[in-house]
Design a protein around this ligand. Sequence first.
Ligand code: ZN
Length: 134
Amino acid sequence: MPRPVKPKLVQEAPRAAYFKPRGIPINQLKEIILKIEELEALRLVDLEGMYQEDAAKEMGISRQTIQRMLGEARAKVIDALFAGKALRIEGGSYILQEGTGRYRCGRCGDTVPAEYGRRRQGWKCPTCDEKGEE
Ligand SMILES: [Zn+2]
């Protein structure tokens, strides 16, 4: 049985979700999927300049997890830029912060009680949990 995936807290959703290189015919275009929480990890560490440890706390995950996510996310972005692949930003397992004390599940779109966002470690979406999805 696969280990349950813990949702990561995401403070900001990206403004655009699809990037396509110019000059590559559609039938030759390859696509890379970058998860919402992978972009958030890149944003916190590489754009905001946070230490991995602090960014991990912000997202409610361990230092090891953010380190692995950063490695994968950086490799995906470089692959897209260098090889001329399209980048689609979507999916993953995350809870989106929608202002103070308001959270939304990235999978089902349901509003999540505030304590799920505050508790950080070990929270899950009640709706997805009920459905048995992880
Ligand atoms: Zn959910």
